[in-house]
Design a binder for this molecule. Structure first.
Ligand SMILES: Nc1ncnc2c1ncn2[C@@H]1O[C@H](COP(=O)(O)OP(=O)(O)OP(=O)(O)O)[C@@H](O)[C@H]1O
Length: 681
């Protein structure tokens, strides 16, 4: 009888289809008793066989020797043949054969009823038969963990015979099993191949079964089963995870099925051996790519040290709309997308040179701060290409290849979003340079292979099971995401237009503007397409002036306001405004202002900017040729701002052509005002 039949006994009603009354009960009992009958039949058969054997060989010396030899040979053969089975079964079989053949030899020579032989038969025969019945009974209902035959049943049915479950943990909606495969017969790859059959046998979705090979042994694997889909309910975006924080902190884009956060890491981190991320976003139409992108961009827009250049030549502002005010450059048609790519290509060497000059191996949050020599910092740059298939089609199939290969070392992350990353849509070189993938539902298994690495697919990732029926479901196989999670389904947050508008507005004063190095390179490469790039007005309540087209003058570099620069923002970290204030211990008395001296007035941001412009004019009129943030700080009573703010304004002056960088760090040459803006380039 096959193992599957043994483990799935037929139920009485199945017999009842063709029989009735006592026939049903009799048939059922016979069916249940059949596996237990063979030992009893053999016992009876041995007893019956002893009668003719005694009749033939009672007085034969030759038969005596022959029977004894046959008995020993049969016993030895049983022991030898039992090598492949468990020690317990081998011993049980050998003892049974040894006792049965010994009794038969003695009964044949002396007669079955002679001396103790009759008693031995009547007691020993049933005992041995019953011992085999007990064994069978225990094996059928055994705990798979302890069954030397492997867990049989289910595992055998899905093609993993002789596999043993050597450990398990069971949580309310998650069961994890450690499998020991028969060495030399099965590998962890076989478990991956069996995953769909396991899902079918357990009657769960294909994405509910995941396989993780043991990195130390190819004969071991872990199988995780999550029967209930906990991502069914849409999770609204809970808002920025690190408001005013650095882009180096995780960008939270959704949740995994166990409620933990699904995160992306943009800059690299040498301490964790993590590279800067280039990301491929893939999913069929309606799978939730754009919403996922908005969740990520909403997070990025709330960080202080990152600039976003985004392109969507296909849908213009349909997707990016609410976030436009938070983007330094939004290329919403093909010509400006082309210019953006040229600008990025030019910015890579300029940024890399800047990083090398200040001793950075790669971008880190300190790069965005004012440098030791007073030079303004350089924020991280995220270049986001929505509907990238159109860009590739209309510019060049390798348009992203060079950027992908070189941008990482320049503090730039490239994000390319398309529906199908097949060879006809994106070159293999570009695909290879985008190391991370964020895969939403896809049309078929082949498409899944375009987006996800083999490790994720082998572990059970099946985005084709979702297609566009489960929007927002995704797999993240990205830098910094542990490989164990690559095949774990996540669901991206769903953002509302209001939330995104609020983020774009509320963090306007925190967000960095493009730095002078990147800006200058972009201006050289893209000219007016960059300097006159379309910006979107903020809502009237926003701190920025609402103008449809901002020029460099009115959109200062490092526009880290204004009234709350990032240094000040950091000072509030860890302070809970709900907590009552600590009791007053010391009272400081300030001198009363001198009579007749007017109280100091807070100046507005526009006034502070004007003060900077006036100062530069004065420096120029006084014959100064070079200036730096330090010169402006010496007159801080005029603008009343911190060094970080002043550095940002100096960068803005570089970008507008009023100042030009020199070989000396933190020193800038004054360009006479009547010279054309681009003269200094
Ligand atoms: N995380 C999510 N949770 C719930 N619903 C979602 C989620 N993401 C997307 N959706 C729903 O799916 C719809 C389609 O999503 P989206 O526009 O992002 O798809 P897409 O992959 O960008 O499609 P296309 O390629 O056609 O632009 C959305 O309008 C929204 O209703």
């Amino acid at each position: 009888m096959s193992a599957s039949k043994r483990d799935l006994p037929m139920l009485p009603y199945e017999y009842g289809r063709h029989r009735s009354g006592s026939g049903v009960v009799g048939g059922y009992l016979l069916q249940r008793a059949t596996p237990y009958l063979p030992p009893w039949l053999l016992t009876v058969g041995t007893g019956i066989l002893s009668l003719p054997a005694h009749h033939l060989w009672a007085d034969s010396a030759a038969a005596s020797a022959g029977l004894t030899l046959a008995s020993a040979a049969l016993t030895a053969t049983t022991w030898w043949a039992g090598k492949a089975t468990t020690a317990q079964r081998r011993l049980h079989s050998t003892v049974t054969v040894g006792l049965a053949t010994s009794w038969l030899t003695a009964a044949a020579l002396a007669g079955p009823a002679t001396g103790p032989l009759q008693g031995l038969y009547l007691i020993g025969g049933p005992t041995l038969a019953a011992s085999w019945n007990i064994r069978h009974l225990l094996r059928t209902n055994t705990d798979p963990q302890n069954d030397g035959q492997g867990s049989g049943g289910l595992l055998e049915k899905v093609g993993l015979a002789k596999t043993m479950v050597i450990g398990s943990t069971v949580a309310p909606n998650k069961a994890t099993f450690q499998l020991q495969l028969p060495p030399g017969e099965l590998t962890a790859d076989d478990v991956s191949k069996a995953a769909p059959r396991l899902a079918s046998a357990l009657d769960v979705s294909p994405t509910a079964v995941r396989v993780h090979p043991d990195p130390d042994s190819h004969a071991r694997a872990q199988v995780t089963i999550v029967p209930r889909d906990l991502l069914k309910n849409t999770t609204p975006w809970p808002g920025p995870s690190a408001p005013g924080g650095s882009i180096a902190e995780p960008v939270v884009v959704g949740v995994y099925e166990d409620g933990t956060e699904a995160v992306l890491y943009f800059p690299g981190d040498p301490a964790k051996a993590r590279n800067a991320m280039h990301l491929l976003i893939m999913g069929m139409t309606g799978s939730g790519k754009s919403e996922g992108a908005l969740a990520a961009l909403g997070e990025i827009a709330s960080r202080r040290d990152v600039v976003v250049w985004a392109s969507d030549p296909a849908k213009a502002d349909q997707t990016l709309g609410p976030l436009l005010p938070a983007l330094d450059w939004a290329a919403l048609d093909m010509p400006s997308t082309t210019a953006m790519i040229e600008a990025i290509t030019a910015a890579i060497p300029a940024r890399t040179k800047w990083l090398a000059k200040y001793g950075y191996k790669q971008w880190e949050p300190a790069c965005a701060e004012t440098q030791a020599d007073g030079s303004p910092g350089m924020p991280y740059l995220v270049c986001w290409f929505e509907e990238a298939a159109k860009t590739i089609r209309e510019i060049d199939e390798d348009v992203f290849t060079g950027i992908g290969q070189e941008a990482r070392s320049a503090g730039i992350s490239l994000v390319v979003s398309l529906q199908r990353a097949s060879g006809t849509q994106i070159s293999t070189d570009t695909r290879a340079s985008l190391g991370s993938s964020w895969c939403f539902g896809v049309r078929g298994e082949v498409d899944a292979g375009f987006a996800l690495p083999d490790e994720a697919l082998d572990a059970g990732a099946a985005p084709h099971a979702w297609r566009d029926k489960k929007p927002g479901y995704n797999y993240l196989a990205a830098n910094g995401v542990p490989e164990q999670l690559w095949a774990t389904p996540a669901r991206s947050y769903l953002t509302s237009r209001d939330q995104l508008t609020q983020v774009a507005t509320a963090f306007a004063s925190v967000r960095a503007g493009v730095d002078a190095v990147t800006g200058q390179a972009a201006r050289q490469a893209a000219g007016a397409a960059f300097t006159d790039r379309t910006r979107s007005p903020l809502t009237p309540s926003s701190p920025r002036t609402a103008t449809a087209r901002l020029t460099e003058e009115s959109h200062p570099v490092h526009d880290i306001d204004d009234d709350h620069d990032d240094v000040e923002a950091e000072e509030f970290d860890g302070i809970d405004p709900e907590q009552p204030l600590a009791p007053v211990r010391t009272v400081l008395h300030f001198a009363t202002p001198a009579p007749g001296r007017p109280p100091r007035r807070e100046i507005t941001t526009d006034e502070a900017r004007q003060a900077m412009t006036d100062l530069l004019d004065e420096f120029e009129a006084a014959g100064m040729v070079e200036v730096g943030p330090k010169d402006f700080m010496d007159h801080c009573d005029r603008h009343g701002r911190t060094r970080g703010w002043v550095s940002g304004q100096v960068s803005a002056m570089v970008l507008t052509g009023r100042l030009r960088e020199t070989d000396k760090a933190g020193r800038y040459r004054i360009i006479p005002q009547n010279q054309p803006v681009l003269a200094g380039v």
